[in-house]
Design a protein around this ligand. Structure first.
Ligand SMILES: C[S@@+](CC[C@H](N)C(=O)[O-])C[C@H]1O[C@@H](n2cnc3c(N)ncnc32)[C@H](O)[C@@H]1O
Length: 423
């Protein structure tokens, strides 16, 4: 078991437990509001997640020791130190971004938005030459004009900096500060994005191929499937290799953000030395020898070439086996395992009839390999009919904007194991 956050950072969390932290729903949001710059203060964060994945991200956060993580629409809130948030940037597999919440409140008018934005002590966060990049999302609110909201927020930040530190010139030639403003049902959150590019950018993908799966969604499918590290996993239509790579990251305790950088590493108020130590710790946890029996195949040689490049760039050469094969002829050597795949849906790639034939071929694949479970994501509402069987479990997820179902067919042995696990 991982030691609790209190054990790891006693100087941060003991006061938190003693009830020393108080926060208001309106106003600047570092919880230890006496000292925004104190590196050991506990802050409010928001990890954004694709619709339907909030619960998965909340569980991930709790596994990282952030016990107060709570999912809501579009993400999860949690409290922690800046170090915790950096660890989340490195380790979260299914979240899109980690944001530091700076102010929160109800905004019905532009004046409200101007005031709320101006309540943040921006001088404690932004450098004099920092790029102030405001991006806004509005939904079901009085304030719905994204461009107006963005310019109001930026004006308010500049005015606050003018007043607080007498700054007249804003060259914006330095470090970027990505500021996110979310307005949903008039509830407004002003947040600083700690990531820069989204967490789905693992740093290995340079070629996209046709219809690749988002890495964060691929990680969620790995998590929801019956596969656990040590078991064989095979993607029979692996395309550019996203699913086997995510499974290998998990098996090897390889933090998905290990080889990329994050916007927050350049922020002036973060404890940079601690961040370096955290990075080193995360790097030392990667054990390639833990990765066994993860493989993929595809009938498209170009897709397979991309998968090989991605495996190489992810540092996983030799531990993920890839080969060219039509899944209609595929038979596995191992008696038991999990097929995990993202077959074509007939939306973007081939037509529906061809897809129906392929879904039937997936059922045959399972018959030829009776010890193997099979999990597939598809937006095709006729998937189960074409497959020829109702799934043992299914779950609604979104692939981009496409509503999909994740179908899980358990092998008889896995079904028996699942029954035994239930009390
Ligand atoms: C939606 S893409 C998979 C994308 C992949 N998950 C990724 O992230 O790159 C579907 C893949 O199925 C492959 N495919 C289609 N029919 C196949 C078949 N009969 N056997 C093996 N692969 C097949 C296609 O070549 C394509 O690469």
């Amino acid at each position: 078991m991982r030691p609790s956050l209190v054990a790891r950072f006693p100087d941060v969390y003991t006061p938190l437990l003693q009830g020393f932290l108080q926060f208001s729903l309106k106003g600047p949001f570092a919880l230890n509001s006496k000292e925004h710059s104190a590196t050991h203060a506990a802050y409010q964060f928001y990890a954004t997640a694709a619709f339907g994945m909030e619960g998965i991200v909340a569980s991930e956060l709790r596994r990282l020791g952030l016990q107060d993580a709570k999912g809501d629409v579009g993400g999860c809130r949690f409290t922690g130190s800046l170090e915790d948030a950096f660890l989340c940037c490195l380790r979260l597999r299914c979240a899109d971004r980690v944001l530091l919440v700076l102010a929160e409140g109800t905004c019905l008018t532009f004046d409200d938005l101007f005031r709320l934005t101006g309540s943040v002590p921006w001088q404690k966060y932004l450098t004099r030459d920092g790029q102030i990049n405001v991006s806004c999302k509005c939904g079901r609110s009085q304030l719905m004009s994204i461009s107006d909201c963005q310019s109001i927020c930026k004006k308010s930040i500049i005015e606050q900096l003018r007043k607080s530190r007498g700054q007249d010139v804003f060259p914006e030639s330095g470090v970027p500060f990505p500021i996110h403003v979310h307005i949903h049902e008039n509830h407004t959150r002003i947040m600083l994005d700690l990531c820069g590019s989204g967490l789905s950018r693992r740093g290995y993908r340079t070629w996209n191929g046709e219809a690749p799966l988002r890495e964060t969604l691929a990680a969620a499918l790995v998590e929801l499937s019956p596969w656990r590290p040590g078991m064989p996993l095979h993607d029979p239509c692996c395309g550019t290799g996203t699913l086997p790579i995510e499974a290998a990251f998990r098996a090897g305790h390889r933090a998905p953000g290990m080889t990329r950088t994050f916007a927050c590493e350049q922020f002036p108020f973060v404890p940079k030395e601690r961040f370096c130590e955290i990075r080193k710790q995360v790097e030392s946890e990667f054990e390639i020898d833990r990765i066994h029996s993860i493989s993929g195949s595809d009938l498209d040689p170009e897709a397979l070439e991309l998968a090989r490049r991605h495996v190489h760039q992810a540092g996983l050469d030799g531990v993920i086996q890839l080969h060219l094969e039509d899944l209609r002829t595929l038979t596995m050597q191992e008696e038991e395992g999990v097929f995990l795949c993202n077959p074509p849906y007939g939306e973007r790639m081939s037509d529906r009839k061809k897809c129906a034939e392929l879904y039937a071929a997936l059922c045959d694949l399972m018959r030829r390999n009776p010890g193997w479970s099979l999990c597939a994501i598809s937006s095709d509402p006729d998937f189960e009919r074409a497959f020829g069987k109702r799934a043992d479990k299914r779950r609604k997820l979104y692939n981009g904007r496409l509503e999909c179902q994740f179908y899980i067919y358990l092998a008889p042995a896995e079904k028996a194991r699942a029954k035994r696990r239930k009390p």
